[in-house]
Write a protein that binds this ligand. Structure first.
Ligand SMILES: [Fe+2]
Ligand SMILES: [Fe+2]
Length: 214
């Protein structure tokens, strides 16, 4: 009898084991996640990291532009856009400690590169500066729209991140406004508009890719 009892116990244990291979049970709950995809928490941290970097870069671009064009006819528009970028940056500066996000290690690079891009294009002329804004804002519009779509894909109330989602949308609309302002100020008449904006778009996408990861 006692032998039979002992023999039975391991059998029931063995039969249970294959049913709970912890990892696959967890991944079954989230069918939308592919192997190698970051978790929701990691995805949101990456979003805040790259957005802080982007807004930091944007502030530096406008500072660079204003260092050259501070007394030009475009100055009031540049000041207004710079003010909005500072507000965007403030929001992410608050989210970084709130969500325990490690900021990108590349902020010192964006400090220099953003200013250089702003000042460099401004030195080519007001219209080139506005062409720079068009290119950057086009990429940022796409970028925020992508983040919003990823949050919405989390389900009801953007997976509990509705506040963040709505804030991204608010900022996205202001970026679109910046692009329109720059177009209205003659961005397309900048010499070499296509080549210049193509180059800046590629650089902006690279900066986003790097700041998400490093
Ligand atoms: Fe912004
Ligand atoms: Fe902007």
């Amino acid at each position: 009898m006692s032998k039979a009892k002992k023999a039975k116990k391991p059998k029931t244990k063995k039969s249970k084991k294959p049913k709970k291979p912890g990892k696959s049970a967890k991944s079954n709950k989230k069918p939308n996640r592919l192997p190698g995809d970051p978790s929701k928490a990691e995805m949101i941290k990456r979003m805040i990291r790259v957005d802080q970097a982007g807004e930091y870069g944007a502030v530096r671009i406008y500072e660079g532009q204003l260092s050259v064009l501070g007394k030009s006819a475009s100055a009031p528009a540049l000041e207004h856009m710079a003010e909005q970028e500072r507000r965007h940056l403030d929001a992410f500066n608050k989210l970084i400690p709130e969500r325990r996000v490690r900021p990108t290690a590349l902020l010192p690079l964006w400090h220099v590169a953003g200013f250089a891009l702003g000042a460099g294009t401004a030195l080519l002329g007001e219209k080139a500066a506005h062409a720079c804004t068009v290119a950057v804002e086009e990429v940022i519009d796409e970028h925020y729209a992508g983040q919003i779509a990823r949050l919405d894909a989390l389900g009801k109330d953007s997976g509990g991140e509705k506040k963040l989602r709505d804030r991204l949308e608010e900022f996205r609309l202001e970026e679109v406004e910046h692009k329109q302002t720059s177009l209205d100020l003659g961005a397309r008449e900048a010499p070499g508009y296509e080549a210049l904006t193509g180059l800046i778009r590629a650089g902006s996408r690279l900066a986003i890719w790097l700041s998400t990861r490093i």
